[in-house]
Write a protein that binds this ligand. Structure first.
Ligand SMILES: Cc1cc2nc3c(=O)[nH]c(=O)nc-3n(C[C@H](O)[C@H](O)[C@H](O)COP(=O)(O)O)c2cc1C
Length: 399
């Protein structure tokens, strides 16, 4: 899987918060994603985490003091400021935010930020009262006004044992924000993209549902791919256990009718609609008001009625529509029929019976099917890469 982090240079500032241990995982995950991570530790941060851990994980020197230079230029903060695509402070103390708000540069981290002009993202972590203090709030407001991107903090259990607002945003979510920030001027910048995902649920009775094996992985990956290219993304998701993607508007729905309503509203001013959800074709005609008891009736039958065709009811002035066709047989024939019957601009056909492809897997082998053109089979790819391949093909169609 290739994300926008691949090949990027990121300065990761770590300050003296109890949450500094989470920065170890963050440095590791950013490095694994192909980013070149230069860690800068404040003196206080070194009370919590060590240089050797970060050097070992990032395979790069760690900067700790203005007068202990590692750089080829001899001045760490200038070299780092020139190289970085983005600076991230995680965790950020009340102290570092106060220093930044007032232009104080008494360590490598604050000097690097003042010397640089790249985007700065800050993930605060502190006690709730410290975060709520008038001085901290004034510093946050000053930094936001200057265009600094704040990631969190979140409400939750704090290291003190108290519950409140000050918990550092979890690492996967920080990475989502960073990807969105790095991609904000991408080739889909300014575009509105609606993606549906997951398998709808139709009530049989209050405890049972009619559903399918879709996990939402494909739709969520498309939403993330579009976000990483600068699009404004609305993800309409049937029930899914996947984490909410950062910087994406998530609209949870349950039934096909709820999904239709949400898709119609969201698509009104959208450029691109990708229907990756597995929508139930039928729903129980008369869901029972109470749990259906085991009786002697065998077989027990449930009457089903057809759900509305979501794509047929969606129209937008400039809307490009992409449908998914999950098939177990006659893949291309069925996808071709869908292109014609649904009036879509492209169908992504996938054989859900193939190994490593379809429901629940991290990879997918799809064929892009277009009206009046030869189908384009793709190799087995990670779902994020499938999402990007889809967007590559949809982009030239956008008005
Ligand atoms: C155990 C311990 C935990 C701390 N946790 C935090 C914290 O989560 N957030 C914070 O703003 N300060 C915290 N502090 C206070 C900072 O370490 C202190 O303000 C320090 O001067 C910050 O320096 P720095 O911003 O240069 O890293 C903590 C201090 C101790 C001793």
């Amino acid at each position: 899987m290739t994300t926008i982090l691949d090949g990027k240079s990121i300065v990761l500032g770590v300050t003296g918060s109890i949450a500094a241990f989470k920065a170890v995982d963050l440095a590791s995950k950013l490095t694994q994603a192909g980013a070149s991570v230069d860690v800068v530790l404040t003196r206080s941060a070194q009370e919590f985490v060590g240089v050797a851990t970060f050097t070992g994980l990032t395979h790069r020197p760690v900067s700790t003091g203005l007068y202990e230079s590692n750089s080829e230029l001899g001045i760490d903060h200038v070299a780092l400021a020139r190289r970085a695509d983005l600076i991230l402070i995680a965790p950020a103390t009340a102290n570092v935010m106060a220093k930044l708000a007032h232009g104080i540069t008494d360590d490598v981290l604050t000097a690097t930020i003042l010397a640089g002009s790249q985007p700065l993202a800050i993930a605060p972590a502190m006690d709730a009262d410290m975060y709520g203090a008038a001085a901290t709030q004034a510093n946050v407001a000053t930094l936001k006004e200057r265009g600094v991107h704040f990631i969190g903090p979140e409400s939750g259990r704090l290291a003190s044992g108290l519950v409140g607002n000050g918990r550092m945003t979890e690492v996967p979510d920080i990475i989502g924000h960073i990807r969105a920030l790095l991609g904000r001027d991408g080739d889909m910048s300014g575009r509105r993209v609606v993606v549906s995902a997951g398998g709808t649920e139709e009530a049989i009775d209050p405890v049972r549902v009619l559903t399918n094996r879709s996990t939402g992985k494909m739709g969520y990956a498309i939403a993330e791919a579009a976000r990483d290219r600068g699009a404004k993304v609305t993800l309409i998701s049937a029930p899914s256990s996947l984490p909410r993607p950062a910087c994406v508007t998530l609209l949870p729905v349950s039934t096909a009718i709820e999904m239709r309503d949400a898709v119609q509203t969201a698509s009104a001013d959208a450029d691109l609609l990708v229907m990756a959800a597995a929508v139930s074709d039928y729903r129980p005609a008369n869901p029972a008001g109470q749990k259906i008891k085991k009786t002697g009736e065998d077989p027990l039958s449930i009457d089903l009625i057809q759900n509305p065709d979501i794509l047929a009811g969606v129209s937008g002035k400039h809307l490009i529509k992409v449908a998914f066709a999950a098939e177990t047989n006659d893949l291309i024939e069925n996808a071709d029929a869908k292109v014609l019957s649904k009036g879509v601009d492209m169908v992504v056909a996938n054989d859900v019976s193939a190994a490593d492809s379809g429901f629940g897997t991290d990879t997918n082998a799809v064929t892009f099917v277009y009206p009046g053109r030869e189908p384009e089979p793709m190799p087995l790819m990670d779902k994020l890469d499938v999402g990007n391949a889809l967007l590559d093909r949809a982009l030239p169609l956008l008005k």
